[in-house]
Ligand binder design. Structure first.
Ligand code: HEC
Length: 99
C-alpha cells in the first residue's frame, strides 16, 4: 500500500511538472473556465455538490481523476477532445480535489 502510494506520488510529480510546463504557453494549456463550462453543462446534472469531497471519493491522484473524467465523458457520449478532458480535469482539481 505504501509502496503503491509512493509510486502514485512519483507519477503526480511528473504530471504536475508537465502541466506547469504546458502553462507557459502553446497547445495543451488547461483552461479553467472552459473546464467549468463543460462540467456545468454536461456533468452536474446528477452529481450532488458532495460527490467530489466525500470521504469515500474514488480518485487518489490526477491520473485517476483523468481516467474517471474520460470514462464519464465517454459514457455520456460527449466525444471530448484530449484538450477538453484536460480542461475539466484541471477545473475539478483546482476547485475540488487539489491533488
Ligand atoms: C447519469 C448521472 C451522472 C452524470 C451525467 C455524470 N456523473 Fe459523475 N458520477 C455520478 C455518480 C452517481 C457518481 C458516484 C459514483 C460512485 O460512487 O461510484 C459519480 C462520480 C464521479 C466522479 C468521482 C467522484 C469522486 O470523487 O469519487 C467523477 C470525477 C465524476 N463523476 C465525473 C463526471 C464527469 C466529468 C461527468 C461529465 C462528463 C460526469 N461525472 C457525469 C453520476 C453522473
Amino acid at each position: 500500500m505504501n509502496a503503491a502510494r509512493a509510486r502514485w506520488a512519483a507519477g503526480i510529480g511528473g504530471l504536475v511538472l508537465g502541466v506547469a510546463g504546458a502553462a507557459v504557453g502553446g497547445p495543451g494549456v488547461p483552461n479553467l473556465e472552459r473546464g467549468r463550462a463543460l462540467y456545468e453543462n454536461h456533468c452536474v446534472v446528477c452529481h450532488t455538490p458532495k460527490v467530489h469531497s466525500r470521504a469515500s471519493r474514488i480518485p487518489l491522484n490526477v491520473e485517476e481523476l483523468r481516467q474517471i473524467v474520460r470514462t464519464w465523458a465517454k459514457g455520456e457520449d460527449l466525444h471530448w477532445t484530449e484538450q477538453e478532458i484536460t480542461d475539466v480535469v484541471w477545473y475539478l482539481n483546482e476547485t475540488k480535489y487539489r491533488f
